[in-house]
Design a binder for this molecule. Sequence first.
Ligand SMILES: [Zn+2]
Length: 171
Amino acid sequence: MSKPINTSHRESPQSAPTDLDRSMMQRAIGLADDSSALGEVPVGAIVYDTTTGEILASAHNTREMHNNPAGHAEFSAILQACESIDDWRLNHCTLVVTLEPCPMCAGLIVNARIGRLVYGASDPKAGAVRSLFSLCDDSRLNHRCEIIAGLEQTHCSQQLTKFFRSLRDQK
Ligand SMILES: [Zn+2]
């Protein structure tokens, strides 16, 4: 198979999700549901050990409850995972998140050396993995992760649409 022509600095080709990725995405979707019940934007994230499948961290958005602009699900999950293994390097880990990471989170993904990233819905307004920027596999940066985009994307984006619609209806 010939490589597609690519004018950006992206390197990794799209890989296929594993069964483990799929079951972790279901868990992340459950976390996102918890998040919306608390009035937070429904985003859920899991960090797991790619080889053993052990879950190192799970989180949902907490921006509103903690008034924390960094309270994004994947940001919290990465910090938790590093704490749990006492190491800031997560090369052996997979991050599963229901929404495409923003520039802040994509930056943390690179800095934490996440090995694999699996996400659901794309975010045309803030996505920094494929939509607006390609921070997680830019060959100019010192780390690139394997990216699987769009796993359960219909379900994940419907979750978000439903949440924002009910916010509008409340107003
Ligand atoms: Zn973010």
